[in-house]
Design a protein around this ligand. Structure first.
Ligand code: THU
Length: 135
């Protein structure tokens, strides 16, 4: 039986190979498994003006939202690190806007994987309902 996340891992790996990370040398690919089972990937894109860079997870999120996707089952993150790396705090918050309960899988070069729920990684997110105007 094939793991339904295999397709997502593959898309994340392909995106990682396209990452633009000449400053950190740390290439990251991320792929979102959307509620309709489509997969949308992104990679980190750095900039000579360092703060302009974007993480793979938020690049994937922006691409998915542009395709009309707003609910996500899972994100798979792929790097060449020795150990699986968790998403940064900004990406946790950005993902939680849409699917705070989603699964987060991170895969290292060794094939070792870590798995969390986004709620484990960001237990008390600021959400749309945190804004008085959206309550
Ligand atoms: N990076 C990501 O793409 N995702 C993360 O969750 C953590 C960090 C990127 C940002 C930067 O291009 C490089 O990795 C080093 O921080």
């Amino acid at each position: 039986m094939t793991d339904p996340l295999d397709r997502v891992r593959q898309e994340a790996r392909t995106a990682m190979s396209r990452a633009y990370a000449p400053y950190s040398g740390f290439k990251v690919g991320a792929a979102l498994l959307c509620e309709d089972l489509s997969v949308v990937a992104g990679c980190n894109v750095e900039s000579a003006s360092f703060p302009c860079g974007i993480c793979a997870e938020r690049a994937a999120l922006a691409a998915a939202v542009a395709r009309g996707q707003r609910e996500f089952k899972a994100v798979v993150i792929v790097t060449d690190a020795i150990e699986p790396t968790p998403p940064c705090g900004m990406c946790r918050q950005a993902l939680a806007e849409f699917s705070p309960g989603m699964t987060v899988v991170s895969r290292a070069a060794s094939g070792r994987e870590a798995r969390w729920t986004l709620a484990d990684l960001l237990p008390s997110p600021f959400t749309p309902s945190s804004l008085p105007t959206q309550a």
